[in-house]
Design a protein around this ligand. Structure first.
Ligand code: FAD
Length: 303
């Protein structure tokens, strides 16, 4: 089957202007680097999303789910097959203490909407730049909180395109892990349960966390956030700092001088520069401390 055929077939369900050929993924990823997607598809409804997933499954077309691209590095050769993006599925409903959010809404915006309704429990996410879908798949967390603490259920598509609902326990959420990533599910929406809080306390917490983030993270440069998971018994940033790697890198990529856990796209880096910098850090830290740094970021696509 040709790319033309996929495009024609998908246009039965998804409006043609939401199916883009050879779309550069630089603008959809926070590292601002990497190649193009053969076909980039933006469903407007959950039914359209299910139709795309079913179609890709039936025709064995590789399908990559891209959230807000804040934890993803796309290699320079780009992605073969279909890249699915849920940014148009972004409805947020607040009913009492319950928030029902579609996958493409940004978690930090939802955190702020919860705060505006005097709901507490979502403050930890006020600076996490991912989508709800990505946050669920990664069990995103910060400053002592994680989505596991507040999610009650998640509506998903299976790799075959069937809709299922899983509860908090069934989602198997643990440090940067979930059954979503394990089984290749697609998040359509998630439901969160919060509690009524004190407005001043909520606002103060958000202000404090925002200040901590802005003072410690190199938010002025494109990056994928913390590149490595926390190795048991250590902090990745500290190991990298103690390896004297800050300010070092390959090509336009560099280990941040502000936060050693971040690798920034400092000057027009290629994905190869970024990935070589990751490997360099892993090698030096292994030699110096005998610790294996496991990647938190997802590297996808072809060289
Ligand atoms: P992407 O990066 O697009 O994708 C990540 C993974 O999730 C991929 O495997 C993708 O296939 C999958 N995915 C995305 N959407 C869906 C979906 N709808 N259904 C199924 N799978 C999906 N993370 C933290 O946990 N805490 C932090 O404090 C934090 N700070 C950050 C700060 C900066 C400056 C940056 C750039 C990143 C930071 N991150 C942090 C990382 C990132 O924001 C989180 O991992 C986030 O959850 C990723 O969401 P995303 O939508 O960007 O996903």
């Amino acid at each position: 089957m040709t790319l033309n055929q996929w495009e024609l077939d998908l246009a039965q369900w998804v409006p043609a202007h939401n199916i883009k050929r050879n779309e550069s993924l630089k603008k959809y990823t926070m590292t601002k680097l990497g190649g193009k997607a053969d076909l980039f598809v933006l469903p407007e409804t959950e039914e359209q999303a299910a139709a795309v997933v079913k179609y890709a499954h039936e025709h064995q077309i590789p399908l990559l789910m891209l959230g807000n691209g804040s934890n993803m590095v796309v290699r320079d050769g780009g992605i073969r097959g279909i890249v699915l993006h849920f940014s148009l599925l972004n409805e947020v409903r607040i009913e009492g203490n319950t928030i029902i959010v579609q996958s493409g809404a940004l978690i930090k915006e939802v955190s702020k909407m919860a705060a505006a309704q005097c709901l507490t429990g979502f403050e930890f996410a006020c600076g996490i730049p991912g989508s709800i879908g990505g946050a669920m798949a990664m069990n995103a967390g910060a400053y002592g909180g994680e989505v596991k603490d507040i999610v009650t259920s998640c509506t998903l598509l299976t790799p075959e395109g069937e809709q299922i609902i899983l509860t908090n326990e069934q989602l198997e959420l643990s440090y940067r892990k979930s059954i979503i990533a394990k089984n290749g599910y697609y998040v359509l929406s998630a439901t969160f349960e919060l509690t009524h809080g004190d407005q001043q306390e909520i606002d103060a917490k958000i202000a404090d966390l925002t200040h901590q983030r802005e003072s410690k993270q190199p938010l002025e440069y494109p990056s994928a956030g913390s590149v490595f998971k926390r190795p048991p018994g250590y902090f990745a940033g500290k190991l990298i700092q103690d390896s004297d790697l800050q300010g070092k890198g390959v090509g336009g990529a560099e280990v941040s001088t502000k936060h050693a856990g971040f690798i920034i796209n400092k000057d027009n880096a290629s994905a190869t520069d970024y990935i070589e910098t990751i490997k360099m850090v892993q090698k030096v830290v292994k030699e110096k401390f005998n610790v294996d740094l496991e990647m938190e970021v997802k590297i996808v696509g072809e060289d």
